[in-house]
Design a protein. Structure first.
Length: 445
């Protein structure tokens, strides 16, 4: 590929911000709201036209568990978001805190209201195009492209909630990606079927991943729907006559490569249609008149870059149920690594959450603040699935409830660093940080 030298020019710069958060998924929303709540003038930059990431634009149909099988452990802002969504879904039992269905349109408004309540300024349809750094490695500005053209934004502290650690990587921070061979977990393109017969869906022959029903196995074994790659088919009722699907896998997709992602989105839409047609044939009572009403505008990406932070959370830490003096939340989600391409080729479908020992009731591990602080970058924090862990543990810490909890912690820490001399996120008083998290409902036993 040839090189092209950009012509020197001056662009407008907005230097009025204390904290800039890039990425409006669960981690970014919680970070922005928490930073603003603590008094920081906060800007949230989001590339799509809605907040919420995978729970909204990605159409993931259910939250991963919020409990350790005894109590909610993703407290504070995370618990508030969960319960606000439950309050708007009458079919969801009041005590269903694990695998709780998501109404994506409702969740968009919940996040909007959270930003409005705390005074966060949001910029939709805005793409981070460049990260500008100073001589000491500190980020000096991010360049945002939008319908208004290019504009630089400056803050004292930046939160990377891009999911792919874009800000950190472009600023020169260290990162890793995938396993030793560079392989990544498969992606899934979620979708919604409407006009589903709810009685037949709930009480008839089920299409449920892990269920005794052989419907998914029959569909794949029939060979009639070659676009359906495997029997991965999680599904939940997300509204009247509406069933959301987290179904099918696509391998060798890298979300940091736009060519790879573009191909996967096109293939994902074919998979969704194939699922609709297969369900209509094999489960006609429920899906005979079903309509494919939506596919996600975002791919369901499970992993890309992981930063190298001041501490790398390890598999040993996970199985030791380790606690840390600077932990900013607890996590109890199983290690969830989906079927590899080789396993799929061999016809071996993996129960992803049963590869490793699962926690018992009341068990969890801590996530240290040091996993959010990238080495060599003094004024950058990371929240979301790209925090500093080994590859196995990332299979647990990548999910939305954990991301919300990490995001709130990152936002509080960013606000603290913004008023401190030097704005060094590595020097944040973690005792004060933890006290603020607990004061706002965070679970730190």
């Amino acid at each position: 590929m040839a090189d092209y030298t950009l012509k020197e020019r001056t662009i407008p710069c907005d230097d009025t911000w204390d904290v800039i958060v890039v990425g409006g998924g669960p981690a970014g929303c919680a970070a922005a709201a928490a930073a603003a709540r603590e008094g920081a003038k906060t800007l949230l930059v989001e590339v799509t036209g809605a907040l919420g990431g995978m729970g909204t634009s990605g159409l993931v149909p259910a939250w991963c568990p919020f409990t350790d099988k005894e109590r909610i452990i993703y407290g504070g802002m995370a618990e508030r978001v969960l319960k606000a969504g439950m309050a708007g879904m009458p079919h969801v039992p009041a005590d269903r805190f694990d695998w709780t269905p998501i109404d994506p349109e409702l969740l968009k408004r919940i996040y909007d209201d959270l930003m409005i309540e705390h005074g966060v300024t949001v910029r939709f349809n805005s793409f981070m195009s460049s990260v500008e750094c100073g001589a000491n490695g500190a980020v000096e500005a991010v360049v945002i492209s939008s319908k208004a053209g290019l504009k630089a934004y400056q803050a004292k502290v930046y939160v990377d909630a891009t999911g792919d650690a874009d800000l950190t990587a472009w600023a020169g921070g260290e990162w890793e990606k995938g396993d030793d061979a560079g392989d990544l977990q498969p992606v899934t393109h979620c979708f919604t079927l409407t006009n589903v017969d709810m009685y037949a869906y709930q009480y008839g022959r089920k299409l449920k991943y892990g269920d005794a029903s052989p419907a998914l196995d029959e569909i794949v074994a029939s060979g009639k729907y070659p676009d359906i790659p495997d029997v991965h088919g999680c599904n939940n009722v997300v509204g009247p006559g509406a069933v959301g699907f987290n179904a099918g896998h696509m391998w060798a997709v890298d979300n940091t490569d736009p060519g790879s992602t573009s191909q996967a989105l096109m293939q994902g839409r074919k998979i969704a249609q194939a699922f609709r047609d297969a369900c209509a044939e094999f489960l006609p009572a429920a899906f005979g008149n079903a309509h494919l009403s939506a596919t996600g505008s975002l791919l369901g990406v499970r992993e890309t870059r992981r930063i190298v932070g001041d501490y790398v959370l390890t598999t040993e830490d996970y199985f030791a149920r380790r606690s840390f003096p600077d932990e900013i939340c607890r996590n109890s989600y199983p290690i969830d690594i989906h079927t590899t391409a080789k396993e799929a080729e061999e016809g071996h479908e993996v129960e992803a959450m049963n590869r490793f020992e699962n926690y018992g009731k009341g068990e969890s591990h801590g996530i240290p603040y040091r996993c959010l602080t990238p080495k060599g970058l003094p004024n950058v924090l990371v929240a979301g699935r790209s925090i500093s862990t080994d590859r196995v543990v990332q299979g647990s810490t990548r999910v939305m409830p954990v991301c919300l909890a990490m995001g709130e912690a990152a936002g509080v820490a960013a606000a603290m660093a913004a008023v401190a001399e030097g704005h060094d996120v590595h020097a944040v008083d973690t005792n004060q940080l933890r006290e603020t998290i607990k004061k706002n409902g965070g679970y730190l036993p």
